[in-house]
Design a protein around this ligand. Structure first.
Ligand SMILES: *Cc1c(COP(=O)(O)O)cnc(C)c1O
Length: 408
């Protein structure tokens, strides 16, 4: 594993505000003046370095945030968007045209799944969904018109880890692009170092971390980013999922604490996962030796950031899951809400929420059982106390029914 510390890279970036402010000034403008008409023409042609034209194309604050995120992902460049889906759809529409084919992991974010399965075929772009750990099936699915292998480094909600090194080798062999959604594992996994061509994040989750906005980014070569912003043919420029400057300013400030937050999310999640497992619950967490991708994740991650903040438990049935989640919310252990990366623990039943786009029989084939609860573990200060209270809720609802009566 190449020694790369994204947190240092980000920390070394300095931007000052207009009056020497310690934060860069927000440019509160959609359009920009030019001293000469010639420069305006050159800017349209993409040839006037440092000039801004119109904020759907570029704005100073969006460039600052994009640059910091390019550092995070060790790519030449990046471009921020108004949402994670805005980034995913822009990238895929830039790379794939009518007649092209995609191979995607079958365990991906529900919105991405719905886009590939229901939306893209009408534009002549077909997707084969595959088990991302079955390389033979993936190679067999490659056709002459295949352009992309798409996956999440750690998948939603099953926490399957994609072997990015091997997938990258397959992509190189067949001339495909490896596009990786790294939303679940910022800092911990660096897909570009493992061979990914384009790395995507929903900034809505860990990177912003305060559940106050949606946002997205895609990171890649300068040439690719420029292509997506081309005024005549760029998917992002023409589809227009532009992030607002005020938002990119607040996300940039939150990015400053990402390294500290990720460590705490991971510490707390591992703590709970280990104890729930000892208690006899069906827990899935890549930090557990029992997780089938534990060694793979270890071989891909920067250890100081841990195995991430997400874990799942199987409560058996949807009814039990709902009962437990309602009780935990009542006990102020977290919120019954979708999304992730908040300071507070969030929990939801994947089958009836974020993965409900996936038809039931496919969900079952993937292993998303009806009682599967996804937890995004928060930044709780005293995780032992949280554990005791959660266990209490599990005993009360019968999700745990051990002879352990002595609840301390
Ligand atoms: C939330 C999420 C998305 C979509 O991002 P939005 O910001 O909601 O558009 C994509 N991929 C993953 C893994 C996510 O968790």
């Amino acid at each position: 594993m190449e020694n790369f510390n994204a947190a240092n890279e980000i920390q070394d970036l300095q931007y000052f505000g207009e009056f020497g402010g310690v934060n860069p000034s927000i440019s509160d403008s959609s359009t920009y003046t030019f001293l000469s008409a010639k420069t305006m023409f050159d800017t349209f042609e993409g040839n006037a370095e440092g000039c801004y034209l119109y904020s759907r194309h570029s704005s100073p604050m969006n460039l600052y945030l994009s640059q910091a995120l390019a550092k995070l992902e060790n790519t030449e460049a990046a471009n921020v968007t108004a949402s994670g889906m805005g980034a995913i759809t822009s990238v895929l529409m830039q790379v794939c045209k009518n007649g092209d084919h995609i191979i995607s992991s079958r365990t991906i974010y529900g919105g991405t799944y719905a886009f590939l399965k229901n939306f893209f075929p009408a534009y002549g772009i077909q997707t084969t969904f595959a088990d991302i750990g079955n390389f033979e099936a993936i190679e067999n699915a490659i056709q002459s018109n295949t352009k992309v292998i798409y996956c999440e480094s750690v998948s939603n909600p099953l926490l399957e880890v994609a072997d990015l090194r091997t997938l990258s080798k397959i992509c190189k062999k067949y001339g495909l692009k490896l596009i990786v959604d790294n939303t679940f594992s910022p800092l911990s996994i660096s897909p570009k170092l493992l061979g990914a061509d384009i790395v995507i994040h929903s900034l809505t989750k860990f990177i912003n971390g305060s559940s106050d906005t949606v946002g997205g980014v895609y990171c890649g070569t300068q040439e690719f980013i420029d292509d997506t912003k081309n005024v005549n043919s760029g998917a992002c420029m023409l589809l227009g999922p532009t992030m607002d400057s005020l938002r990119s300013s607040s996300i940039l400030k939150n990015l400053r604490t990402l390294h500290i937050r990720m460590k705490q999310h991971s510490y707390n999640a591992l703590y709970l996962a280990e104890r729930f497992e000892q208690d006899g619950l069906k827990v899935s967490y890549p930090g557990l030796e029992s997780h089938r991708n534990h060694m793979l994740m270890k071989s891909m991650m920067q250890p100081e950031y841990g195995f991430g903040g997400l874990l799942t438990i199987d409560a058996g049935t949807t009814e039990k899951a709902n009962e437990l989640m309602e009780l935990m919310q009542q006990e102020n252990l977290g919120y019954l809400a979708v999304s992730l990366g908040f300071y507070k623990t969030l929990f939801s039943c994947s089958g009836s929420s974020t993965s409900s786009e996936i038809p039931e029989e496919e969900r079952i084939a993937m292993g998303i059982s009806d009682g599967l609860i996804r937890f995004s573990i928060g930044l709780d200060h005293d995780i032992e106390r949280t554990y005791q209270k959660m266990k209490d809720c599990m005993l009360k609802t019968g999700v745990l029914n051990h002879e352990i009566i002595s609840i301390s």
